[in-house]
Design a protein. Structure first.
Length: 110
């Protein structure tokens, strides 16, 4: 079940492409709690799961993984990825990734 989707954008020569970032409700199994997410990159959707000891940790870790993947992307490095007007993407990042932050992400989480 979907928790929510945030729409990012990639600016290119042919116009702007939408990049949906979707987060799903955590599910418990024998490994712990898993929170699946998807990043709808133009060429291929990236799907992964973050695992935690409980549902809240799984959601938090999934959001950190999303931030890491967005900031490590070639689209970010080329300045083509955006969300809103303030810069950044609105996802928490791990401490060792804070030097990558831009815009409001840097202002509030840096």
């Amino acid at each position: 079940m979907l928790i929510g989707t945030r729409m990012l954008h990639i600016k290119g020569k042919a116009g702007t492409a939408e990049v949906p970032v979707s987060l799903f409700i955590p599910i418990e199994d024998e490994l712990g709690w898993g929170c699946r997410y998807e990043i709808g990159w133009p060429r291929k959707t990236r799907t992964s799961t973050a695992w935690g000891f409980d549902a809240q940790q799984a959601v938090h870790l999934a959001m950190q993984k999303i931030a890491s993947e967005l900031y490590a992307s070639a689209y970010h490095k080329r300045g083509l990825l955006s969300w809103g007007e303030g810069g950044g993407y609105g996802f928490p990042i791990t401490r060792n990734g804070r030097d990558l932050l831009v815009g409001y992400d840097k202002e509030f989480d840096g």
